[in-house]
Write a protein that binds this ligand. Sequence first.
Ligand code: SAT
Ligand code: MN
Length: 605
Amino acid sequence: MSLDTITTYRSTYAKLQSWVDEVAALTKPSEIYWCEGSPEEWVSITDKLVEAGTFKRLNAEKKPNSFYCASDPNDVARVEDRTYICSVDEKDAGPTNNWMAPADMKKIMTDLYDGCMQGRTMYVIPFVMGHLESDNPMFGIEITDSAYVVASMTVMARIGKDVLSKIEETEADYVPALHSFGAPLAEGQADVKWPCNDTKYIVQFPEERMIWSFGSSYGGNALLGKKCYALRIASVMGRDNGWMAEHMLILKLTNPEGVVKYIAAGFPSACGKTNLAMVEPTIPGWKVETIGDDIAWIRVGADGRLYAVNPEFGLFGVAPGTGWDTNANAMRTIEQGNSVFTNVALTDDGDIWWEGMTDEPPAHLTDWKGNDWTPESTELSSHANSRFCTPIKQCPTLADEYDDPNGVPLDAILFGGRRKTTIPLVTEARDWTHGTFMGATLSSETTAAATGAVGIVRRDPMAMLPFIGYDAGDYFGHWINMAKNNDESKFPKVFYVNWFRRDEDGGFLWPGFGENSRILKYVIDRVEGKVEARETPIGLVPPASSIDTDGLDVTTEQLEKALSVNVDEWKTEIPQINEWFEQFGDTLPAVLWTELDGLKARLEA
Ligand code: SAT
Ligand code: MN
């Protein structure tokens, strides 16, 4: 590091300081700033982003202390084709991940990182995923040259001084997470609003518990505590230590008698996890409270039950489709401000808007690309993967249990995806192994949350396809082993739901949103053994009479269609599942082949 490099801090923790020095020597920033996570720091970071033109400050009467941001149009989503699991052994990445030998990847990326922060500030962000007060706090240090990442990480994770002190005092292990948008600034060179690089790499080194990211500042690619750590790296930690890192919301459900249950639900990105996590039940007397909307860390408690914690501190929700009639609690959360909105549209009075926020669009907007927009425009005003980034503490339905480092004991786990056909509204697994089979064969139509085609049916096991940090066959084995190594009778029941099934005319068979509370009620009624389900070839499916339809605007015929098991449609799934399983070779647990054989035989019978 050159002598004129200035830094705001030097750590007493030698391992940490030498890593920071090493990164600075490679990336060559002009200054180094250690984040403290204070309110003053938020002001100076956001001021700096406003000055750079990256942020526009929103009208304080509409959205206090909030900012609008438009990314480079080529940096709007996760880049799954540029995401790598660089395990030592290629086999450990499995057939569903991109792989490169760690040394080869490090060579490529070291060349990219060389001088990549020239003319820029290098930020050091100490963070913890989960609670600082937990028995074993899960630390990370993100180094980044992006002030946008600093602002977003301040919302999404617990960061700053307290975290750093604890890391230093206990000389704790932490996940080193290096990020650069890859746009060095020569002296006198004008900056752009959203620096990024055409070359992108999102890389996990599972054995070293280390993350390297280059070229993108989009959420899932750059906020490294989120998908890279809390899912990809944490899934490996969980495999090694008997716990689970899952792409699941966590909610608390209270019935009219005051009985409390907890449900986790794994749906792929942009399939309604945030909506379900803060749903307003349409059935009288039932209450849903929010614990998490995206990630659940699940451990076995002293009583043998599975306990789930949300390791995040904010919400990074899909904006379009979020409105007062679809997710009023998300609207109430963002209304309080302190938020960053990326790739949405700007109103003329300094507020934000997106498709689905209100029935009537404003007469004029500036769209996410900076162009004039009117209701006559043929393009959408907001990118389909535009996001709100907002503190979870502002959510009016946040459950007190959110602050419990021990988490909540799960009564049920739901899996779900977007499927126009085949998958009934709700199906219950016969046992944990069958539930693992359901998760392992989960399928969904692709969404705008990742680059690439939208609407293509793909297998997305446990909604974790882009986030499993090791061989997916071994990951299924880990699910099976969780029950084998513990008392399965204490485990949650598993269900497979599909809110998106259509009729012959393409209309949705189920209204979704608030009405999904009826399915939550059914799930809990099953947990308590209060209602009937019938055996079908694919699992236990309710008769329409087991669903509370009081006040529901759906005919019995339509509900029966939503719940029907179409043997012919299922028969066409079989070869697809077969092909999906075959690629795993001997890492696929044999019991999943047994499940498939059983399914086949029951469909033929
Ligand atoms: O960008 S994120 O990966 O955080 C959101 C998602 O795709 O789930
Ligand atoms: Mn997600």
